[in-house]
Ligand binder design. Structure first.
Ligand code: NAD
Length: 345
């Protein structure tokens, strides 16, 4: 298939695009390039023909000739969403719905959307299925709910949207993100010897490896239309429904000589939920393979081998300060639009 991946220069996109190509798909990327240079170590390169464009300015013409769109581009960060909710809604909600509308008009048949399990909000200890009430508690999660609603309304015989509600990702990507829980805990431990938990350790976090997320998208690209049309699927595995304290325990085991410190300074984090992943297992035959201990070991190994530094960990690989540095350098304006003319990716 000919597949357009938005956000291909992000953490997940950088893992997913080579897997799509290896499966025989022709892949083109579309990204504004906020994190294009945020690489840790060697990187094979982005797909040829990819283009640098702001999602808010994409044209129908740019979407012609694709069988499917995988839509990953977003401001993917709860703290950023809280700081600038209007920009989060602008990009994550309005531009995403516009993208779907233009894609449908351009003849794209499948639209796979990267949603999130955080749409369930503070669900407590019960396992939530796709039918559970959505109680987003951040602008980021709210933007995801709004896109699901608006894009679902576009579904018809010619246009098949699918909503993949991913658990929180972990695992190595050449375009690293250090602001997601396992990647963060391992990085801090490798750099300082401490596994530092700021909450009281009790919140539940469903986790899933970036490669497993990519596999779920690959599966939905070719699954029979009747199985997936306009459906939401939780993406992850019950084995990785862990408390933050349990995740931290896996990090202590993976990073030699590290010690656990639970500061509790943030108190009980309200974002707590355990997720049921049986629908994707039953309908798609999808099973996430990576465990948290295996992911922690992979991260510790890659961070050490590729020479992770404190500066990169806290600045370049953490979404909020990196975007702030692009604004300070005059590359982005206050709405996170590029100030200079777009270049080829
Ligand atoms: N990483 C996770 O834990 C996780 C979990 C659930 C869902 N998701 C979703 O998966 C998707 C990808 O997540 P990620 O972790 O790779 O995030 P990321 O921040 O690493 O990547 C997002 C990409 O989108 C691009 N982008 C942002 N605004 C844009 C714009 N206006 N125009 C064009 N491109 C733009 C960025 O440049 C970046 O390359 C997001 O939609 C996110 O909400 C991620």
């Amino acid at each position: 298939m000919r597949v357009l991946v938005t956000g291909h220069q992000g953490y997940l996109g950088t893992v997913m695009t080579p897997m799509l190509r290896a499966a025989g798909h022709t892949v083109v990327g579309l990204d504004i390039g906020y994190f294009a240079d945020c690489l840790l170590g060697d990187f094979a390169g982005d797909p040829d023909g990819s283009f640098r464009v702001d999602l808010r300015e994409v044209t129908e013409e740019q979407l012609r000739g694709f069988d499917a769109v995988i839509h990953l581009a977003a401001l993917s960060n709860d703290p950023l969403g809280a700081l600038a909710p209007e920009i989060t809604y602008d990009i994550n909600h309005h531009a995403s719905v516009r993208l779907a509308r233009l894609a449908k008009a351009a003849g794209v048949q499948r639209f796979l959307y990267a949603s999130t399990c955080s749409v369930y909000g503070a669900a407590g200890a019960e396992l939530v299925t796709e039918d559970a009430p959505l109680r987003p508690i951040t602008p980021y999660a709210e933007s995801k709910v709004r896109v699901e609603d608006d894009v679902a309304a576009m579904a018809d015989d010619t246009f098949t949207p699918v909503f993949l509600r991913n658990a929180t990702a972990f695992g190595f990507s050449p375009r690293l993100r250090a602001d997601i829980v396992l990647n963060n805990l391992v990085g801090y431990a490798v750099l300082t010897g401490e596994v530092r938990v700021l909450s009281d350790g009790t919140p539940w976090r469903p986790l899933v490896h970036a490669r497993d997320i990519a596999t779920a998208f690959l599966t939905c690209l070719t699954a029979p239309k009747a199985d997936i049309a306009c459906r939401a699927f939780n993406v992850g595995t019950e084995r990785n429904n862990l408390t933050v304290a349990e995740i931290a325990g896996a990090v202590v085991d993976a990073v030699p000589n590290s010690t656990l410190v639970i500061t509790g300074e943030y108190g009980a984090d309200p974002r707590s939920y355990r997720v049921d992943f049986s629908l994707a297992r039953t309908v798609l035959g999808f099973e996430a393979e990576w465990t948290v201990p295996a992911g922690a070991e992979e991260l510790a190994r890659e961070y050490t081998a590729r020479g992770l530094t404190s500066e990169a960990f806290f600045q370049r690989f953490t979404r909020l300060p990196h975007l702030q540095s692009l604004c300070d350098a005059g590359e982005l304006d206050a709405n996170l639009r590029r100030v200079s003319a777009p270049a080829t990716a």
